[in-house]
Write a new protein. Structure first.
Length: 522
């Protein structure tokens, strides 16, 4: 197995945040650092009804907003159509999920990358991307998830996308499952609740692993595998939210992930395969030992997945938790062996915010605003985004240190950025977008990463900001929660023709990549 080369050229005595006048800053990143951007098919690909693609879990999820939750639509055996709030949903067992008249489903269009991929990849090339993260839509390749043979048209689409990236010398990172599961699997047996989904997933992994052998630089198995505990629908296409369902989904996905690692290594021993966890730092609200313990326990919700995927076995605290919750859980010797032999080559994370733990009932009343229930307790030392997510670059440095100390495997930040309400304005006959907040956010996080590398010695492969081109928000389904370097003119009310425009951050990101982070100034 080829391992990542150590970054011998790291200059540990790099120039530390040299203030070069104004707000100019410098950071020294390793040679070969992977700069780029990240996306996911369910939020940007569109092309829903074309070339034999089957519907996915994300297609059946309606548009929401910060104050209006997204809903999932299904029909019950009495013919009634329902729309249940996605987070925390508990649909009846006879639910047949689908897309119905009269609902607004943002994933069906995404930003229509399906028809714009050449133009979009050219823009990524113009920025000098070293690496582009995308996901394959499983349902484009196996429309219901259960076919014996793949859909050739779907495979051809990804042939074309990969060829286009190669044209600009952009390495590709592919997430095999990013918030979309073929609806056929959900309607057949409850998707990832059922162990039969593992084999279907492995067939798909083998197909794409062989087809795109040598064309994908980094593979990720499941996006934010830990989010299934909070939103089984979004993450796993499962319509029930209980501790038992959560344990079953995790077991099946962890086994599928370990098998995928082995399949991809068998196809090509040089394949670099990683996991992906929605990660964050968690702080005790006070130095009361009870708060410190609560904070440590909160971190278990991240570490459980990292432990299994990096070390190859279930940690004792998780088994004890299942016991306390009355969850029925066991692993056969064969399953233990699969987990042991399917550990990942590197760990990847999304990082957006940190959180706070307290045991004080008075403090617990002050739950911060925020969607996805992610706001949690308000940290008085931090500012938050318009969607209530605490902005905390130091938390990223803490998170990277924690992961490096625990696992000693190369790390990759494959999502990070700020959702903002960008506007397009007309200046001198040109449409422009001044998104200074993105620049400020990314700069502070690059500085934190450089500190983690240069001061703490963390091994970090690269940094792929989320939504490098505006796309649909996963938690709210909105278009106007924008992350991109590229503005896409689609609006939540259905207007807009999807034209692409370079934002201020586009030019800034191009400069940062060109100088390998040495000049982070505006
Ligand atoms: C991560 C997901 O949770 O965060 C992405 O992997 C998602 O799919 C991103 O889009 C940002 O969240 P949101 O809700 O702002 O889109």
């Amino acid at each position: 197995m080829k391992r990542l080369e150590k970054y011998t050229e790291i200059e540990y005595n790099y120039i530390k945040w040299n203030k070069l006048g104004g707000n100019k800053t410098m950071a020294k990143l390793p040679e070969g650092f992977m700069w780029g951007g990240a996306t996911a098919a369910n939020q940007f690909e569109g092309g829903q009804f074309e070339d034999g693609r089957g519907p996915s879990s994300s297609d059946c999820t309606t548009r929401g907003s910060r104050t209006m939750p997204r809903k999932v639509t299904y029909k019950t055996s009495d013919g009634v159509i329902h729309a249940d709030v996605m987070f925390g949903m508990n649909a009846p067992e006879d639910a047949v999920y689908g897309v119905f008249e009269g609902y607004d489903y943002p994933s069906l269009q995404g930003i229509d990358f399906y028809h714009h991929y050449k133009e979009d990849i050219a823009l990524f090339g113009e920025m000098g991307f070293k690496c582009f993260r995308m996901s394959f839509n499983w349902g484009r390749i196996y429309p219901t998830g259960m076919e014996e043979e793949p859909n050739e048209k779907g495979l051809e689409f990804y042939d074309n996308v990969l060829a286009e990236c190669a044209k600009y010398d952009i390495k590709v990172m592919v997430t095999l499952s990013h918030y979309e599961t073929p609806i056929g699997l959900a309607n057949a047996w409850g998707s990832w609740k059922d162990a039969r989904t593992i084999d279907c997933f492995c067939r798909y992994v083998k197909t794409v692993g062989e087809r795109y052998n040598g064309k994908v630089a980094y593979w990720l198995t499941f996006n934010e595998i830990n989010i299934a505990a909070m939103s089984p629908w979004m993450s796993a296409g499962v319509g029930q939210t209980t501790p038992q369902v959560s344990a079953d989904i995790s077991k099946h996905q962890l086994i599928a992930s370990a098998k995928a690692v082995q399949i991809l290594h068998e196809i090509n021993p040089d394949n670099m395969v990683g996991n992906m966890v929605a990660y964050g730092a968690n702080y005790p609200y006070t130095c009361n030992p009870a708060d410190v313990l609560a904070s440590k326990q909160a971190m278990h919700t991240y570490h459980f997945y990292e432990d299994v995927q990096a070390r190859g076995y279930y940690p004792s605290y998780q088994l004890k938790k299942y016991e306390r919750e009355g969850v029925n859980f066991s692993l056969t010797d064969e399953e233990k062996e699969i987990l042991k032999n399917g550990t990942v080559d590197f760990l990847s994370i999304s990082y957006y915010m940190s959180s706070v733990s307290s045991t004080d009932p008075e403090i617990l009343k002050q739950v911060a605003e925020g969607n996805m229930g992610l706001g949690g307790l308000k940290n008085p030392y931090l500012k938050a985004s318009d969607w209530g997510w605490a902005i905390d670059p130091t938390g990223l440095r803490i998170a990277l240190n924690e992961l490096w100390e625990r696992y000693q495997k190369p790390l990759f930040v494959v999502e990070n950025s700020l959702g903002t309400q960008d506007v397009l304005v007309e200046e001198n006959g040109q449409k422009v977008c001044h998104d200074q907040a993105h620049i400020d956010y990314l700069r502070s996080h690059i500085e934190a990463m450089a500190d983690a590398i240069n001061i703490d010695g963390v091994e970090l492969i690269g940094y792929l900001p989320w939504g490098c081109i505006d796309l649909v928000s996963a938690s709210t389904g909105e278009m106007h929660k924008r992350y991109g370097f590229i503005y896409v003119d689609y609006q939540d009310d259905g207007t807009g023709e999807g034209e692409r425009y370079r934002k201020d951050s586009f030019y800034w990101w191009k400069k940062v990549i060109a100088c390998n982070g040495e000049d982070l100034s505006d």
